[in-house]
Design a protein around this ligand. Sequence first.
Ligand SMILES: C[S@@+](CC[C@H](N)C(=O)[O-])C[C@H]1O[C@@H](n2cnc3c(N)ncnc32)[C@H](O)[C@@H]1O
Length: 393
Amino acid sequence: MPDRAWVPAATGPSPPQVNASWLDRCLKLRDRLLTSARFQRWAAAFPVTRPVAQRRARALFDLCAGFVYSQVLLACVRLDLFSILSESPQTTTQLAHRLSLSTDATVRLLAAAASLRLVERRSHQRFGLGPLGAALLGNPAIAAMVEHHGLLYADLRDPVALLRAPRPQTELAGFWAYAGVGRPQELAAEQVSAYSMLMGASLPLIADDILDAHPLHRYRSLLDVGGGEGAFAAAAAGRAPALRVTVFDLPAVVERAQARFVANGLGDRAVAIAGDFHSDPLPQGADVVSLVRVVHDHSDDAALQLLRGVRRVLGDTGRLLLAEPMAGTAGAEPVGDAYFGFYLLAMGRGRPSTADELRQLLRQAGFGRIRLVNTRRPLLTRLLLAEGCGHRK
Ligand SMILES: C[S@@+](CC[C@H](N)C(=O)[O-])C[C@H]1O[C@@H](n2cnc3c(N)ncnc32)[C@H](O)[C@@H]1O
């Protein structure tokens, strides 16, 4: 099967001749106007076009400056500013002391963070949590994501070089240790702990959205393939008291899952089975299989093989839940196409797929009825359900 990535031929055929449509001509005119400095000056001054011109200028500036905003956020996270402000609003002098920064540096950081709605000015010259700082504090996984972005930041230092020759030895390839090794089943505990913890911490929000969109009470037995340290399986078992759950993952990772099941008191209806899903058969007996954030970091060929393996164990009556952020998600286009596109490029494997591309892959793997189910936050995850031909549930 051809890879989804478009690969130009070294000396390719010349592009087909296309007659410029009226739409092409309109867009050409628009582009000419927008690239004209005179038009930009006029549009910024003319009352009717001014709001649009200002919004566009701001959007462009944000694109240019986004990495600075991210680093302001990183400084806040590293200094634990949001936890400190959650105790009570504080003055600059108090904060300078708590953060071990000079007063000038504190004022600078707080002004930057306030402009980004991370913190907020309060009465009596104090600062408190801003709406985004409070939301971040309520979801500790975001701080963990922000911290690990240091690796991605290093890998994206020269984006053109990365596009031209994705380097196997990127920081992210080292972090996601299974992505760059021939025998991932030999990875040691310390090679899987950082990514497993990050996934485990960021899973609860996603698990809620998936399980709200498609509750699992109607099933007997869930197999979570690439289920990491068991966070999704544990959440599913917590909501459906009769459901038995199995996690299938690499040996070093399933040890972590087993420990979580014991800690959650799920010992009698949760098991973790070790293996390599590229070379070992998947465990039999589940009537529902989940692949949560697994398919997108594999090549098409590898994903197809994996889906065929899932189709085999599900038979004609089981159901697959495929959940991950997807490219082309309305309102979240940059999340799939820009963020995950470049994230996976740096990681060295996979790319975000659209829901339609995944449907096609599922059909090739032998799945029948495939439907996209609405989730609360499609930005975080979307959900495809796929069935064998004789499905009844
Ligand atoms: C991106 S993580 C997702 C984990 C979990 N499903 C979640 O959403 O939190 C991918 C998972 O697939 C597992 N994995 C990768 N390659 C594997 C392989 N060849 N065999 C079994 N598991 C594998 C990893 O260990 C990791 O736990």
